[in-house]
Design a protein. Structure first.
Length: 327
């Protein structure tokens, strides 16, 4: 039995890498009744329809999360929503800040209001490590969206809609991952450009990311922010894993880029509980509803969960094994 059996689910940004992986998992392992894909790109939807052989449980909505009326129409009869749609390129956000605000902030507000108006039961919004102590516009918009989704529970509970946030790091195997970029350079015998040789990042496989998101629907109360306990990796080691003999060239940090990422800030640590071996829960700052604090180990105060001080690490051999499985 699954909570998704006989349910209708809508995925914003559903034609992306994570959306496709979510659809595959739901179709293969649950009795989901209907999955609505909501995205702007008709070509990606066309390819996805072909990939899933026009599965009768899939529905296709061309739409932008900036359009609240379209969202309300698409959410009619929907039980659960995964909000994955966002503008994500860090340097693009620095040059086009208003567009990122329109999509990542105002679009997220539209998702919240449309979910309530349509009577959706549960919404899980996807965040990013760049939303913790943000220094770039993209991270700032995602932090704002996180706070919108958490605070939405202050007035949505009486409507029967609950919201929570899932925050994780770089997804191995996703369309935006640096892995295919490095692989393409390696195939051409070109050097590997790395902005700073000291750089580290959090990494999670796309299958683990999907499982974490779907498991969050099972356990969420509404108002929490979930963070997976995942490994870090040096970008230098990643490049070496992909092409051991390629030259590595340091090119300098790009606008808005961090040397190391974090998923839980030092300030948020005092509100963070490790509720299982692989899951942290960040409590809401303000909870005007009945939130039951689960059991678990409280994170050490003033200790950030950052990619350079992480306890778990991937080496070149670990990543090489993963890339081989991907291929």
């Amino acid at each position: 039995m699954s909570i998704f059996d006989s349910k209708s689910i809508l995925i914003t940004g559903g034609s992306g890498s994570l959306g496709k992986a979510l659809v595959r998992q739901l179709l293969d392992n649950t009795g989901v009744r209907r999955i609505a894909i909501y995205s702007r790109d008709e070509l990606k939807q066309f390819h996805m329809r072909s990939e899933f052989k026009d599965n009768s449980r899939l529905r296709w909505f061309i739409g932008d999360i900036r359009d609240k009326d379209r969202l309300v129409r698409a959410m009619h009869g929907v039980d659960y929503v995964v909000h994955a749609a966002a503008l994500k390129q860090v340097d693009t956000g620095e040059y086009n800040p208003m567009e990122f605000i329109k999509t990542n902030v105002l679009g997220s507000q539209n998702v919240i209001e449309a979910s309530i108006d349509a009577g959706v039961s549960k919404v899980v919004a996807l965040s990013t490590d760049k939303a913790s102590s943000p220094i770039n516009l993209y991270g700032a918009t995602k932090l704002t969206a996180d706070k919108l989704f958490v605070a939405a529970n202050n007035y949505s509970q009486s409507y029967g809609t609950s919201f929570c946030v899932v925050r994780y790091g770089n997804v191995m195997g996703s369309r935006g991952s640096v892995i295919p970029f490095f692989q393409n350079l390696a195939s051409q015998g070109k050097p590997m450009p790395i902005t700073d040789l000291r750089m580290t990042r959090f990494w999670i496989s796309i299958d683990d990311a999907v499982k974490f998101v779907l498991d969050s629907f099972e356990i969420m109360q509404g108002g929490e922010l979930y963070v997976p306990r995942i490994p870090s990796m040096k970008i230098v080691d990643l490049a070496t894993a992909i092409s051991p003999n390629s030259e590595i060239v340091e090119i300098g940090i790009r606008p808005g880029e961090k040397l190391h990422e974090e998923m839980i800030s030092a300030e948020d640590s005092r509100r963070t509980i490790q509720v299982s071996k692989n899951r942290f829960l960040v409590l809401p700052v303000v909870a005007e509803w009945n939130f039951n604090i689960p059991e678990g180990e409280v994170m050490k105060e003033r200790t950030a969960y950052a990619s350079d001080t992480n306890e778990l690490w991937l080496g070149s051999s670990d990543m090489a094994e993963f890339i081989e499985r991907m291929n």
